[in-house]
Write a protein that binds this ligand. Structure first.
Ligand code: NDP
Length: 454
């Protein structure tokens, strides 16, 4: 069987169906990757048909094939002296507009499909930031939960020993994601420095003492709320006094909650992989500080005992009454049934902090009901934007002040918003999903055209 792409169709819908059939045949059992590509292809194909140069150069077919996928063995020793083996990956998806850039995820669910979906999304997200960064993603099926600090250190060092062959400050610059925070980045950066005998900005999310940027930790959560605020303002609305339901309690969730509180919104839920907490009067700074402390020590929300906080095992927040929803935990956490429930309860907007937290069916319902929708590629791009700014500071050998970085973050989120409006406005309504997809696609596609056939 040949896997050469060769779709001939005279309209975007038929082209999408033919293209997806071939993509699925070529990448079987990669359902998250299929989902991400189908979502993107559906919204850019009408634009591609209006601009046949992209169709003739087979840009969609080329952009959905990673430049390379590296998979490697990670062997390490646990505290009992037992030898453990995990699988590591780096998906270098597309470097047309800059070095590959994207996080590393350590979670038992990690596989090639998940990393390809994340790497694919990253291409367009990075392009939207206006910075010169390409798309990539990596990680391992290693589970950091229940591991000692020493075990984490040994794993990170073993992981970097192999990854170091494939990255570099002008080649590929990884960062954190689920299960990879400041501690893991520090262990990996230390190992890279030792192996290469070079002090170079090969990772972002570093400690402030050794080349990290202020605001990087906060950037994804803050950026999400800056972006939400821009969407709401564009429609004459605001976050003030609005009831918000939010999932997750990790990096993105914590700083989104912090900014929502600052904007006068009332956050009535947070969650983790075991359940959720509801907070009738809204998360306070004190509650948030306790959640942070708990999660830094890898605890569960069930351990949080505070007045006004109720724990619900195995529950998600999507059945609660609220104005706006912020899924900030993981992919596909808002399914079609959840979207129906949200709509039934009168939700007015959904803003994605996590990557692809809403299934395509859920997004279709959100659009059908004309809710405000902040798609992940645009809404959570603040983290990688400040990673890009960390790279700039490293190249210049400078550290910018907190206020300057925050100002830059707000400026970038505004540019992303305006790009979504520019490419997503149809019949007086802005479809931020279409705007983000087309806005992210153009720059990369034009660079690929400029390089000729390669
Ligand atoms: P963290 O590891 O800091 O937090 C993840 C949170 O999600 C935790 O509360 C975790 O619960 C929960 N979670 C993880 N898996 C599941 C699951 N299968 N079901 C329910 N809850 C789950 O990760 P981040 O906050 O960094 O990342 C969250 C999302 O945001 C991811 O989709 C990531 O790709 C995306 N993102 C992150 C960026 C960043 O800068 N960090 C940038 C852009 C996007 P528990 O504590 O129980 O594990």
């Amino acid at each position: 069987m040949s896997f050469d792409f060769f779709c001939v169709a005279d309209n975007p819908t038929d082209y999408h169906d033919c293209f997806m059939r071939e993509l699925i045949q070529k990448n079987p059992a990669e359902k998250e990757f299929h989902q991400a590509v189908s979502e993107m292809a559906k919204s850019v194909l009408p634009f591609i048909f209006e601009h046949p140069k992209y169709l003739e150069a087979k840009i969609l077919e080329r952009i959905t094939e990673p430049d390379r996928v590296v998979s490697f063995r990670v062997t390490w020793e646990d505290d009992n002296g037992d030898v453990r083996v995990n699988r590591g990956y780096r998906v270098q998806f597309n470097n047309s507009i800059g070095p590959y850039k994207g996080g590393l995820r350590f979670h038992p669910s990690v596989n090639q499909s998940i990393l390809k979906f994340l790497g694919f999304e990253q291409i367009f997200k990075n392009s939207l930031t206006t910075l010169p960064i390409g798309g990539g993603k990596g990680g391992s099926d290693f589970d950091p939960k229940g591991k000692s600090d020493r075990e984490i250190m040994r794993f990170c060092q073993a992981f970097m020993t192999e990854l170091s062959h494939h990255i570099g400050e002008d080649i590929d610059v990884p960062a954190g994601d689920i299960g990879v925070g400041a501690r893991e980045i520090s262990y990996m950066f230390g190992q890279y420095k030792k192996l290469s005998n070079r002090f170079t900005g090969v990772l972002t999310g570093k400690g402030i003492e050794f080349g990290g940027s202020l605001i990087r930790t906060e950037a994804t959560g803050y950026g999400l709320i800056y972006f939400t605020d821009l969407i709401l303002k564009h429609h004459g609305e605001s976050l003030e006094n609005k009831r918000c339901i939010l999932s997750g309690s990790g990096n993105v969730a914590q700083y989104a909650v912090e900014k929502l509180i600052e904007k006068g919104a009332k956050v009535i839920s947070m969650s983790d992989s075991k359940g959720m907490i509801s907070i009738k009067n809204g998360v306070t700074r004190e509650i948030l500080a306790e959640v942070k402390k708990l999660k830094d020590n890898r605890g569960n929300l069930s351990e949080l005992k505070m007045d006004g906080v109720n724990y619900h095992a195995d529950k998600t927040p999507w059945g609660m009454d609220a104005d706006y929803a912020f899924p900030c935990a993981t992919q596909n956490e808002v399914q079609e049934e959840d979207a129906k429930e949200l709509i039934k309860n009168g939700i007015k907007g959904v803003f994605e902090g996590a990557n692809m937290p809403c299934t395509n069916e859920a997004v279709d319902l959100i659009n059908e009901h004309k809710l405000y929708f902040g798609p992940a590629k645009a809404a959570n791009a603040g983290g990688v934007a400040i990673s890009g700014i960390e790279m700039t500071q490293n190249h210049m050998g400078l550290s910018w002040k907190r206020e300057r970085v925050d100002e830059k973050l707000q400026e970038i989120m505004k540019e992303i918003h305006d790009k979504c409006v520019k490419y997503g406005e149809r019949d007086g309504r802005v479809c931020y999903q279409t705007g983000a997809n087309i806005g992210g696609f153009i720059k990369v596609a034009d660079a690929m055209l400029a390089y000729g056939i390669n």
